[in-house]
Write a protein that binds this ligand. Structure first.
Ligand code: ADP
Length: 473
């Protein structure tokens, strides 16, 4: 079985969120099951560390965007990179503070086509597995320009809120025929929708948790693609992501000041005091420490927190946040940080090391998401003994079992309603739980026994690939 993944980010080269984590671990997990599993990503000249040694594999050019654009394919281990400095040699991956790069339509159409050419040059594959809208045009190019190819295609939707919607006028510039611009194709309310193209032209579609696979069929969470997904419902499935248990391991994590394991939590307390010191929170070191590490966008439920802020800060707790995103949300949170400097610290940056220290140092991990396709942070938090406090949606529903009021059994605290008061009630329950150390330790211990490693999920993907390529015979 040969599978080539195509995605816009992958650890350890480039990461803006969960997609990068998944692409850093799924291909390797598949290799451990005997799959010949490769990956293609863009080469972001200014972001990918130059310490990696890249080998040049091939070069080519594509007529796109009204000109001929050359590209080079580089390789490092099992990952191939599409190098085109004009398109990918930018300060960031998708956007600047002013908004998305205006030529993202070209950057990711070019990427999809160049990736496809590369796969063909590498001798093809049984399955081409494309991820999110940035790679979603690949199946469209495959079926419209290479009818003789036998590869099967799987599209995984990591977040349906991001679709790649562009003016219809770019269609000719991305070298697709007029005939794809119909309601049953790429057309979407008069515009072009790359993700919709992937949904229509892929053989199979998956998303990153079973609950989210149901949710995206609803008008509420389908972001106007629920209709076309309904048409393809029989080809839609949900496979939960995992995390890399060797990378995310508090017993060996080089980013931590103090190593610890589920059975010796003393080291965790020392990490807590370390991050409190680092944040300058010194007045109430005995309060439970809540952490949140997140893209600061409306999806993540920050409005629920902001709506309950004064009551939140009236509780005996400290809070450290790490994240960047929507400037309005950042500013609103910064105002709160200025107002409560001894209890709440906001770190407005992307910082992998601090993220590790916060998972390790916190007692609770907040994810009040309005929607959450899978969520990896809650899995990491469980692994580091930080009890997740989550809204019951998408993958959070599939991974976090609320502590039972009578038995005390559960691996976290969850709430249903997307309201500030429900969020606040959940945090109050967390504070109460912390006040009963035995009960709190029990929840922590249950969390540590959960297994959200890639083993099970990689097997599910393999079974899906096998059923797809069997359909070829
Ligand atoms: P999403 O994919 O929606 O961003 P996930 O929970 O699936 O959310 O994955 C988020 C990943 O990104 C986690 O590994 C989290 O630790 C990391 N992350 C998010 N923001 C930051 C940040 N500012 N600094 C470091 N890591 C971050």
């Amino acid at each position: 079985m040969k599978v080539v993944h195509v995605a816009s980010e992958a650890v350890p080269y480039v990461k803006t969120g969960g997609l990068g984590d998944v692409m850093g671990s799924l291909p390797a997990a598949l290799r451990s099951l005997g799959v010949d599993s490769l990956l293609v990503v863009p080469f972001y000249d200014k972001i990918i560390p130059s310490s990696f040694r890249f080998e040049k594999v091939k070069s080519g050019s594509l007529a796109m965007g009204g000109r001929v654009l050359p590209y080079t394919i580089l390789r490092h281990d099992s990952t191939y990179f599409v190098s085109q400095p004009e398109l990918y040699g930018r300060e960031s991956v998708y956007s600047t503070r002013e908004g998305d790069y205006p030529d993202n339509w070209l950057r990711f159409a070019f990427f999809a086509r160049a990736a496809l050419e590369t796969i063909v040059a590498l001798g093809g594959a049984d399955v081409i597995h494309v991820h999110d809208w940035q790679a979603a045009l690949l199946p469209v190019y495959l079926r419209t320009t290479m009818p003789e190819r036998t590869e099967k295609t799987l599209l995984t939707i990591h977040n349906i809120a991001y679709q790649g919607i562009f003016p219809a006028s770019v269609l000719a510039d991305i070298q697709l025929p007029e005939s794809v611009f119909t309601i049953h194709g790429l057309e979407f309310y008069g515009k072009l929708n790359y993700l919709k193209g992937g949904i229509v032209w892929s053989d199979e579609i998956s998303t990153v948790s079973p609950t989210y696979a149901h949710e995206i069929l609803t008008p509420e969470l389908g972001f106007r693609l629920n209709g076309i997904l309904e048409v393809r419902r029989e080809h839609l499935t949900g496979i939960l992501n995992g995390i890399d248990y060797s990378y995310w391991n508090p017993a060996t994590d080089a980013a931590l000041p103090y190593l610890y394991s589920a059975s010796s939590l003393e080291g965790k307390e020392r990490n807590k005091q370390h991050v409190l010191q680092e944040a300058g929170i010194t007045s109430h070191p005995g309060f439970p420490l809540f952490a949140m590490i997140s893209r600061l966008v409306s999806q993540k439920g920050l409005d629920l927190m902001l709506g309950a802020w004064d009551q939140l800060m009236a509780l005996p707790l400290n809070l450290i946040m790490l994240g960047t995103g929507d400037p309005e949300i950042e500013t609103a949170l910064q105002d709160k940080a200025n107002q409560y400097p001894d209890r709440f610290v906001l770190n407005r940056r992307f910082d992998e090391g601090l993220a590790h220290r916060l998972y390790a140092g916190s007692d609770f991990f907040l994810m009040p998401s309005r929607f959450e396709p899978c969520g990896l942070s809650q899995m990491i938090a469980l692994r580091y003994g930080s009890v997740p406090v989550v809204r019951r949606t998408g993958g959070l529903k599939d991974t976090i079992q609320d502590v039972h009021p009578k038995t005390g059994v559960g691996n976290g605290i969850s709430f249903d309603e997307a309201t500030p008061s429900s969020f606040l009630d959940a945090v109050k329950r967390a504070v109460q739980l912390y006040a009963t150390p035995d009960a709190y330790r029990r929840v922590q211990a249950i969390g540590a026994t959960c297994d959200y490693s890639w083993q099970a999920s990689a097997r599910d993907y393999l079974a899906l690939y096998q059923s797809m390529s069997a359909a070829n015979q």
